[in-house]
Design a protein around this ligand. Structure first.
Ligand code: PGA
Length: 248
């Protein structure tokens, strides 16, 4: 059985001191030893967040990372800067980074390889636009994103990866995908991983759904055969996140 992984994506919200306050508030609510709980927070809040979650079941993740080791990349965060402070997860290729910061499937692939090189678990985002869904190319599009993201990634690494399927039209819009739509694409992603690697890798990899997940929609979504948890934006900043983590 795959262990569920429920991650909050705080995006560009909360100052470092607000972060500590919110973690203190959420700590008792997100207790659940049966699932992995990750809070992905802005870079400047990583250190206080790591400090605040000591002794709890919460892991801290970054929202982005660069694919070079060091050097003249003003404003970027190197992988060893994350490992040095104890960060275990990093979101890679979120649709907002693709839209506003020109990330591509190719840069996603470079970042995924770099994260694995440093032992950081990437949460690899993919997802179609509303136009692509209406054009009937959702599965083709997602398969392409996955194939490029996993170029040169070994089966051993892929087994540890987390994929977040996030339809762009469902992010921050309150329009959650139907359970059927979410399960269909997550199943297709697992099939694609099976083709790229083997059945054992497809069975091991964890696939999240993301996009307007709420306390109301989480129970049905997270109990689908191919959905192993969620990447949660808006609702991860509220006490509701406790209900999402304890969806059962
Ligand atoms: P949302 O964001 O839950 O606010 O839709 C999800 C995400 O962007 O990861």
């Amino acid at each position: 059985m795959r262990r569920k992984i429920i991650a909050g994506n705080w995006k560009m919200n909360k100052t470092p001191s607000e972060t500590v306050k919110l973690i203190e508030e959420l700590k008792p609510l997100v207790k659940n030893d049966e699932v992995d709980v990750v809070f992905c927070v802005p870079a400047v809040s990583l250190i206080p967040a790591l400090e605040a979650v000591k002794g709890t079941n919460i892991e801290i993740g970054a929202e982005n990372m660069f694919y070079e080791e060091s050097g003249a990349y003003t404003g970027e965060i190197a992988p060893n800067m994350l490992t040095d402070i104890g960060v275990k997860y990093v979101i890679i290729g979120h649709s907002e980074r693709r839209e506003y910061f020109a990330e591509t499937d190719e840069t996603v692939n470079k970042k995924v390889l770099k994260a694995f090189e440093h032992g950081i678990t990437p949460i690899i985002c993919c997802g179609e636009s509303l136009t692509q869904r209406e054009q009937g190319i959702t599965i083709d599009w997602i398969r392409m994103q996955i194939k490029i993201a996993f170029l040169n990634v070994t089966a051993e690494q892929a087994k540890k990866a987390v994929i977040a399927y996030e339809p762009i039209w469902a992010i921050g819009t309150g329009k959650v995908a139907t359970t059927e739509q979410a399960e269909e694409v997550c199943a297709a992603i697992r099939t694609c991983i099976g083709e790229l690697y083997d059945a054992a890798t497809a069975e091991a990899i964890r696939i999240q759904y993301g996009g307007s997940v709420s306390a109301a929609s989480a129970p049905e979504l997270f109990t689908q055969a191919n959905i192993d948890g969620g990447l949660v934006g808006g609702a991860s900043l509220k006490p509701d996140f406790g209900k999402i983590v304890n969806y059962k």
